[in-house]
Ligand binder design. Structure first.
Ligand code: GDP
Length: 492
């Protein structure tokens, strides 16, 4: 129950089984080597091949990242491809880049960023983070030692307006393929290309070909690939035969890709980590068991507050996650001393709304818990509305995802990427509150998820051979339909 950092002299498993590089200065990012101490020990082994791939990636990033002469040459080539001789332009670039920019809420952002990172690992590209706004400032630490992942501002690169790109953008992979331009081996490739993986990408006949061999061929020699997505597209990379061997060596079990890559990449800044640790030691650290409950409601899955509260409690009681109520009022006689609690359970509720934690708290205030457990209920914020364009709002959201990831058991809302990040980092299979049926609690109210992996909500559902509709959930062994989102797929 004590503060894990205060008691651990030499933190065990500080590098998470070799996942993390030892080359960082601890104080620049306190969460990096400490988050692991607050979580349950991961049951998911990190493969030595993944460790080797990460170290190799770090050396490429160091050599090619912003501030290096290789980076300057790549920018010059991008700015004036015509100054480069044909032979030089056709030669493989010494460094190639993948530029990511945020879209939608923080959960979506963290999942697409992790997907982009795996794509960068598989294709030897350097992942760069392009964000002209302030809302992601002081949120994450630098993940790669001795370098930066921030695309320098002020360079005015040809894709600096990429946040407004869409399926009609001329340089998109889909449009390049449609014009029949992607395949010519003797021509120099274009200096940059755009990969459109926003939620509407399947409406265009050619954008889903990112997940096919010909799409990957068209991108292979392009120096700069810029990507826009609000989708956890990582499972789609498992559809490509060319990545199959590498992926099976990195992830022999297939079902912990986000768990490992997210713990490698996504370290909250010292500001956010301060919120996390203060909250943890004030409210959560003294309990024997921590239960996390994440409540999210979507406009497309309407349910009243009463119904959703009933759903949460019937899940929590039905699955023995929270103690049932004492039947008999305690018949303590005047002379009897109060009994100490047999066990302390802390319940962390994260939600935009305050009603659920208030009701749960009130329930255990008015009634005792069977078995004499003490149940304490906490909710750090209830911000009411999503405001993903604001820095402090995002910092609080990230702090809550981290706190959720310290749970021993989690209940999450179906289809929420916020929830996926929490239990994904924890490495726990969550109890998922299934979407309502006709605005009512579904039966059963919750299900233990089949995997710790997030769901890829909008997979291509495209057959590369016939260039027609296909069922992504039936194509390869590790990719199966999700239980919490229709038409989605996930790694199992
Ligand atoms: P999703 O919409 O559930 O898939 O998750 P996202 O993270 O992509 O978008 C929801 C956004 O709403 C979050 O990033 C937060 O800004 C906000 N939000 C939703 N639920 C919570 C919550 O429980 N706590 C906090 N602090 N913010 C939340």
């Amino acid at each position: 129950g004590a503060d894990p950092v205060a008691t651990a002299v030499e933190p065990p498993n500080r590098l998470l089984g070799g996942l993390l590089s030892p080359d960082f200065d601890d104080s620049s990012c306190l969460s990096r080597y400490r988050s692991g101490l607050y979580r349950r020990q991961s049951l998911h082994v990190v493969s030595s091949h993944l460790v080797a791939s990460l170290r190799r990636y770090e050396s490429i990033h160091r050599r090619c990242g912003p501030g290096t002469s290789a980076y300057e040459r790549a920018v010059a080539r991008l700015r004036s491809p015509s100054n480069t001789s044909d032979a030089a332009a056709a030669a493989p670039s010494e460094c190639r880049y993948l530029v990511w920019t945020p879209l939608e809420g923080l959960g979506n952002r963290m999942l697409t960023l992790t997907s982009a990172f795996l794509y960068a690992l598989l294709t030897d590209r350097v992942l760069l983070f392009h964000h002209p706004g302030d809302d992601l400032k002081d949120l994450f630490c630098e993940p790669f030692p001795g370098s930066t992942w921030t695309l320098p501002e002020g360079d005015h690169l040809p894709f600096s307006g990429m946040q407004g790109f869409n399926a009609r953008t001329r340089e998109s992979l889909g449009n390049v393929l449609r014009r029949g331009e992607g395949g010519a081996r003797d021509h120099p490739p274009p200096p940059w290309m755009y990969v459109h993986l926003r939620h509407d990408y399947t409406r265009n006949a050619n954008d889903p070909r990112f997940f096919c061999d010909d799409g990957q061929d068209a991108l292979r020699r392009v120096g700069w690939v810029v990507l826009l997505s609000d989708n956890y597209f990582l499972p789609g990379l498992f559809l490509l035969p060319r990545f199959e061997r590498e992926l099976s060596r990195m992830f022999p079990r297939g079902d912990a890709a986000f768990h490992h890559l997210g713990r490698y990449l996504l370290h909250p800044s010292n500001t956010v980590w301060g919120m996390v640790t203060r909250y943890h030691s004030s409210y959560l650290s003294c309990a024997e068991e921590r239960v996390g409950i994440q409540v999210r409601s979507f406009y497309w899955a309407r349910i009243s507050t009463d119904e959703l509260y009933n759903q949460i409690m019937s899940c929590a009681h039905g699955e023995n996650i929270l103690p049932r109520l004492q039947q008999e009022p305690s018949n303590a006689t005047a002379g009897e001393l109060p009994q100490p609690a047999t066990r302390r359970k802390s319940v962390l509720v994260v939600s935009l709304h305050g009603e659920y934690s208030e009701r749960i708290k009130d329930l255990y205030y008015q009634h005792g818990a069977a078995g004499g457990e003490a149940v304490s209920v906490f909710q750090p914020t209830h911000l009411d509305r999503q405001r993903s364009g604001e820095q402090l709002h995002n910092q609080k959201a990230l702090a809550e995802m981290m706190l959720l990831s310290f749970s021993d058991v989690v209940i999450t809302s179906a289809a929420s990427t916020f929830g996926y990040v929490g239990h994904g980092l924890a490495g726990l299979r969550p109890w998922v509150l299934m979407s309502p049926v006709d605005k009512k609690v579904p039966d059963p109210p919750c299900r233990l998820a089949a995997t710790i992996e997030p769901c890829f909500h909008i997979p291509p559902h495209y057959d590369c051979k016939t260039r027609a509709k296909g069922d992504t959930g039936k194509m390869v062994r590790h990719v199966r339909p999700c239980e919490d989102f229709e038409n989605g797929v996930q790694l199992v």
